[in-house]
Write a protein that binds this ligand. Structure first.
Ligand code: FAD
Length: 489
């Protein structure tokens, strides 16, 4: 059965304007709806179509045993664009806490404060590690630069030297992306490594010193009711401004007439609804976007979508019968001896003292469907988690109530050596379509933070005319700005 939501109002026969459609209600989609709802003159109708039952995408929050949880450690970084930060502050009011960062990283079998602090690093780093780090720095001018096409590994060797590359970055990225650093593109270094030389890392550490630091250095913003409260507050404001959110609505097809996107099809096989569209703002994965085109995208575009991939992740939540497991917000594990990349304790993010007698640990286990962890039961993963903690000297000595898991299929874009060509094939074809603009972490295959997703959405809406046409020149400028976004950890 096919239903039509057409431009003619069935009851009155009156002509009504087709809505703008936002695809996906993660931070990028929500911010686009919010920006549209504040625009003057306001678009007649804005509809957000989202497959999940709630707003927030990978940045959503949910409760387990009375504790707010995120999909892994999420912080709102004070380096956000001033207009984005001002909006988030205004939307959250006193619910937005400014919290000190208090994490630990495991290097050479030792725990070191993270973000790095100069005094702590000097006293705790293993002596041979610190000595070879200093030697790498002193000998940098003499280091022979790698020849050949740059990769993640060659750029890090040249900039940082062997010690920090081999002991920190290489095992960490191998774990996160499941690929050898030689097989990862230089983009990963540009997007992900903010300290691209030892000098820059030292500069960051110096800026943490009292007297030199700004009021937000070494701090992060975090809402009282989990990171997802940011998306929820913005979605509510967009709704107040007239945007309609359709949750549990999976996009099935994207109809085009020639080069113009004209309608969106949602629902299940056999019960699909057609939505006429004045313009589409897409934040769903770029691979899904091209696969859903009807008539289909050209074969080379579909082949590029098959050749590019996202890394998945399992979030393992261990529920413990104690007020607090550690004083730290997060533990970072670059070493390959432990398969998780990070562990967070959600109660330490929003300084929650309730509920009493229970806390949670959230492990981030990078993993794709088909890998052995993916099909394991919650109980098996909980048991494995306790074993990993024991192995790093954090044995669980309190009763374990149970374990829950969540699985993300689109946690990180994979920047392998072939990704750029495949992304460009899809991107160029999409840029040639009218009535469609795509952005966000999944849309632009961008390893970014939530504040970047917000900035992209504001940028996209700023390039969209009332008739759904896109100012291509302006959009190219915005895209060049997005390419300079660097991920904060
Ligand atoms: C482990 C981890 C830790 C992170 N930590 C931080 C952090 O500390 N700070 C920070 O700022 N950022 C962090 N991020 C990044 C942050 O989660 C993302 O930047 C943000 O969620 C991107 O928003 P988005 O809207 O672009 O994409 P998403 O959040 O992925 O949203 C995309 C939406 O599209 C929907 N969708 C997809 N396909 C369809 C379909 N066919 N039909 C309908 N809907 C569909 C999805 O359900 C989803 O809701 C982290 C990410 C991960 C994975």
């Amino acid at each position: 059965m096919v239903e039509y939501e057409s431009m003619r109002d069935m009851g009155t026969g009156a002509q009504r304007t087709s809505p703008f459609h936002v695809l996906g209600a993660g931070p990028a989609g929500i911010a686009a709806a919010y920006a549209l709802s504040r625009r003057q003159p306001k678009p007649e109708a804005v509809e957000v179509l989202e497959a999940a039952p709630v707003a927030g995408g990978n940045s959503a929050s949910f409760m387990i045993e009375g504790i707010w949880c995120d999909f892994g450690s999420h912080r709102f970084h004070p380096v956000a664009d001033p207009d984005v930060l001002a909006d988030v502050k205004a939307l959250l009011g006193p619910d937005l806490l400014l919290r000190p960062r208090h994490g630990r990283i495991r290097l050479g079998g030792r725990w070191i404060h993270f973000p790095l602090k100069i005094g702590d690093a000097l006293t705790r780093l293993p002596v041979p590690f610190a000595a070879s780090l200093l030697a790498d720095t002193a000998l940098k001018p003499l280091r022979r630069k790698r020849t050949g096409a740059p990769t993640f590994s060659s750029v890090l060797y040249d900039g940082l030297g062997a010690t920090i590359s081999e002991n920190f970055y290489f095992p960490y990225v191998k774990k996160l992306w499941g690929l050898d650093p030689d097989h990862l593109a230089v983009t990963l270094a540009e997007r992900r490594v903010s300290g691209s030389s030892v000098g820059k890392i030292l500069g960051k550490m110096l800026r943490m010193l009292p007297g030199l630091r700004s009021p937000t250095t070494g701090r992060f913003y975090y809402p009282r009711r989990g990171f997802g409260q940011i998306s929820e507050a913005m979605a509510q404001a967009a709704e107040k401004g007239g945007a309609a959110f359709r949750f549990g609505t999976r996009i099935r097809r994207i109809e085009r007439e020639g080069n113009r996107v004209s309608a969106i099809w949602t629902g299940d096989d056999g019960a699909e609804t057609r939505h006429d569209s004045a313009g589409v703002l897409s934040t769903i994965p770029i691979t899904t976007l091209v696969r859903l085109m009807d008539p289909p995208a050209p074969p080379e575009v579909l082949a590029a979508a098959d050749a590019i991939r996202y890394r998945g992740m399992i979030l393992v939540y261990l529920i413990l019968e104690t007020d607090r497991f550690t004083e730290f917000d997060a533990h970072y594990f670059p070493e390959l001896s432990i398969p998780i990349s990070r562990m967070s304790e959600p109660k330490n993010y929003n300084a929650a003292t309730e509920p009493k007698g229970v806390t949670l640990l959230c492990a981030e286990l990078p993993c794709d469907p088909g890998e052995r962890w993916w099909s394991m039961s919650d109980a098996e993963l909980g048991e494995a988690f306790c074993g990993w903690l024991e192995g790093v000297g954090l044995p669980v000595k309190v009763p374990v109530r149970r374990c829950e898991t969540r699985r993300l299929r689109h946690a990180y874009p994979v920047y392998d050596l072939g990704y750029q060509a495949n992304f460009e094939t899809m991107d160029e074809w999409i840029l040639g379509l009218d009535g469609l603009i795509n952005f966000g972490r999944q849309g632009l295959f961008a390893h970014d933070n939530t504040h970047h997703a917000f900035a992209m959405a504001y940028g996209a809406v700023g390039c969209l005319a009332a008739d759904g046409s896109i100012d291509r020149e302006k959009w190219a400028e915005r895209r060049a700005e997005f390419a300079r976004h660097v991920v904060e950890d």
